[in-house]
Write a protein that binds this ligand. Sequence first.
Ligand SMILES: [Zn+2]
Length: 291
Amino acid sequence: MMGIYPSYYEVNGEKKQIIGTQFETTFARQAFPCVDEPEAKATFDLALKFDEHEGETVLANMPEKKVEDGVHYFDTTVKMSTYLVAFAFGELQGKQTTTKSGVQVGVFGTKAHKANELDFALDIAKRSIEFYEDFYQTPYPLPHSWQLALPDFSAGAMENWGLVTYREAYLLLDPDNTALDMKQLVATVISHELAHQWFGDLVTMKWWDDLWLNESFANMMEYVAIDALEPDWHIWEMFQTSDVPAALQRDATDGVQSVHVSVEDPAEIELCLIARSFTLRVRGCWSWCGH
Ligand SMILES: [Zn+2]
């Protein structure tokens, strides 16, 4: 589940696959030659050709500009790090809306889900972007913000700029048959990833040893945003009962890594990411080895 990889699922007993990407931390280099370091920002002109079937959807960081001889061409990205480049294609369903400022917001998933399972995420994503534009006093920098649920996904979610990918259980839910704590978890995962669209994506750490700047701030902003969107949830109480004890417990571990650690090898970057996913894991339904 790194680089360009297939996700497998079934619809009405028929086996299917969609293709997605996971480039954080150093897997963009598996997809195309690049200086694959966060500080080495560049613009990207993505062109995709694949064994395409009728009715398939193609998504990327930027909107599609044209299709010529079966090649999908996308608009030039803004300057960005390689680890945030993303694309996906396959038989997808999607729902879209527009923020007050004109950002296209969409939620996508396989057709193995009921259409109304996309609604909750679409509402939270739209309102999160509106909240952050106001809170940061900085417009969302891209024309669209797609949220895509992938059947096979090793982390919780990934903040690719304009094309955030999620574990299905952290994006899609049946609005009428889901407990409040699960809705709260999904909402905070979405607001966490969308917080990254500004810091992390727009403003990026020079090197992986400062990944904590991305993650600690996003872990806080997910609560700031959801508290503003759903004040009746009293979401800071969840912060007190889950995130705070989890952080204290981790800090009490003998030999725990410090916040800032030097990173020399790609394998060491993975350790930072495992530390960041700790919050999600203690809140339940988390298994690091994927599913
Ligand atoms: Zn994060």
